[in-house]
Design a protein around this ligand. Structure first.
Ligand SMILES: NC(=O)c1ccc[n+]([C@@H]2O[C@H](COP(=O)([O-])OP(=O)(O)OC[C@H]3O[C@@H](n4cnc5c(N)ncnc54)[C@H](OP(=O)(O)O)[C@@H]3O)[C@@H](O)[C@H]2O)c1
Length: 188
């Protein structure tokens, strides 16, 4: 069965962006990028793949799921992850290129259908907080790219979430020289 994996950059205090949705404070450069390019080359957007010379085949994912505001972050290109099946959740029928699918409606039912499809890579939940909140109960694994930064306030990992606590157990942790810690947790 394919897993739904929320792989996301977070601050030390659990925010994925500042209150104004600026996430650049989390985007520290340095050696963790090489580690991520090795483990998850498919999670780099096309311009970054080109700049960093990443052309490795997909390792984990074959699909990326984005909320409309994540798809439309400033500076984003219309087809950010052409190496993946790209799905954007939006009720506004945004203009998208042919290789981006727009879904309006029940995100849980949609993900359950993809999981039931069986074959294929895992499903990358790219964000943001509001899409992650809807898919809270469907998440099988968390990969937190924890930047060495406290934001104090901002957009949490999950927004509008059902408050039922869930347990995730750490399975792998990599500490990079630049202070980024990448921790993989499996849902218990
Ligand atoms: N740190 C990181 O790694 C990271 C990663 C990704 C995002 N981010 C941050 O997160 C921010 C965006 O997060 P967010 O929580 O504000 O927004 P989001 O989850 O990216 O997008 C929310 C929007 O998606 C649409 N949508 C969501 N679920 C839907 C559904 N089931 N059916 C139809 N449409 C649906 C709605 O827009 P419509 O009005 O179009 O319907 C909704 O307003 C970005 O600006 C960025 O700062 C950070």
């Amino acid at each position: 069965v394919r897993s739904l994996v929320y792989l996301v950059a977070t601050s030390l205090d659990g925010f994925i962006a500042a209150p104004d949705r600026d996430f650049t404070p989390l985007m520290v450069g340095g050696d963790h990028l090489a580690g991520l390019a090795e483990d998850y080359p498919e999670t780099f957007p096309a311009p970054a793949r080109e700049a960093l010379g990443i052309d490795a085949p997909n390792r984990v994912f074959d699909t990326v799921l984005m909320g409309a505001r994540t798809y439309q972050v400033p500076g984003a290109v219309p087809s950010p992850y052409p190496q993946l099946r790209q799905v954007v959740f939006s009720s506004r029928a945004p203009a998208v290129p042919g290789d981006v699918e727009v879904v309006d409606g029940d995100a849980v039912a949609y993900v359950r259908r993809l999981k039931a499809d069986g074959d294929g890579g895992d499903l990358w939940l790219c964000g943001g907080a509001h899409l992650a909140g809807q898919l809270y109960d469907e998440i099988d694994r968390l990969v937190l790219k924890i930047s060495p930064v406290v934001l104090g306030n901002g957009l949490p990992l999950f927004a509008g979430v059902n408050p039922r606590p869930r347990t995730f157990l750490p399975r792998r942790q990599v500490d990079y020289d630049n202070g980024v810690r990448v921790v993989t947790y499996e849902g218990a």
